[in-house]
Design a protein. Structure first.
Ligand SMILES: Nc1ncnc2c1ncn2[C@@H]1O[C@H](COP(=O)(O)OP(=O)(O)OP(=O)(O)O)[C@@H](O)[C@H]1O
Ligand SMILES: [Mg+2]
Length: 252
């Protein structure tokens, strides 16, 4: 059965698109058949993360009858089938999302939906089309407060929440302790992605950090979440492994 996983958040800009793209790659590189759909029709960003330009066919072209879905799906070298939306056109509405997913059901092990932020209608539509959700938040009050509303919406719809991924973690005294975030949202923390300049760099290069800097801590954190999603124990990174990685990072 295809697992349809929405990546949601309360607040905008917390890292959903970045996490969705890297999670999709990580799952694909473990042998899963993965589709990644841009479900944020008024803030479509997926194409930029993959370095696609405005001339590439998108879900918008499919909906308008100007392209077949096969023409709009971009096959990333990791194996992920990426279905971008058009960042220059926000005429699509969230009802089109279900239509986009149908083509992948039964064909893929995972459909990852990069959702818009909040607890509004488009997010509701993304959650209704999913059987699982991951909440992305920063470990700061405004993001956590809003994440609680998104969680309530997911609960109302009956989607299984796999947990919370904390992103852009600085690990300083200004941030909420992770156990407090977990208690407030009422979900376990399944990932902690550090604040990492390689992520900004990777977006500028149009290449997700998992490929751009595979030895980075940010890439490791995403790998850990994909292991958990597959019910696998995340790899133990002992001193030898850490030394090897820091060595490779140094020359990267
Ligand atoms: N771990 C990180 N470390 C440093 N910068 C990050 C990290 N994650 C994301 N960013 C930065 O934050 C910006 C916003 O990330 P992203 O677009 O993934 O958020 P989003 O939740 O999808 O936003 P929106 O709600 O607008 O769709 C990125 O352009 C990137 O520069
Ligand atoms: Mg986004």
């Amino acid at each position: 059965m295809t697992r349809v996983v929405s990546i949601v958040s309360g607040k905008g800009g917390v890292g959903k698109t970045t996490f969705s793209t890297n999670l999709a790659i990580s799952l694909a590189e473990k042998g899963e058949r993965v589709a990644l759909i841009d479900g944020d029709f008024s803030g479509a960003n997926i194409s930029r993360h993959f370095g696609l330009d405005a001339s590439s066919a998108t879900l918008n072209d499919v909906v308008k009858g100007n392209a077949y879905i096969t023409q709009a799906v971009y096959r990333h070298k990791s194996g992920v089938s990426v279905l971008p939306a058009d960042f220059e056109d926000y005429s699509l509405d969230s009802n089109h999302l279900k239509h986009a997913i149908l083509d992948f059901l039964g064909q893929k092990d995972f459909v990852i939906i990069d959702s818009p932020p909040g607890a509004n209608k488009p997010v509701q539509r993304a959650l209704e089309a999913s059987n699982e959700a991951i909440i992305v938040s920063r470990p700061m009050y405004p993001a956590v407060d809003n994440a609680i509303l998104t969680k309530k919406l997911a609960n109302k719809i009956g989607v299984e929440i796999k947990g919370v991924v904390l992103n852009q973690v600085f690990d300083d005294h200004l941030e909420l302790r992770h156990d407090i975030v977990s208690e407030k949202i009422g979900e376990k923390i399944i990932g902690e992605v550090p604040h990492c300049d390689y992520i900004r760099e990777s977006i500028a290069h149009g290449e997700p950090v998992l490929h751009h800097k595979p030895y980075s801590k940010a890439a490791d954190s995403v790998e850990d979440v994909s292991h958990k999603l597959l019910g696998l124990e995340p790899p133990k990174r002992g001193p030898a492994e850490r030394f090897k990685k820091s060595f490779l990072r140094f020359f990267d």
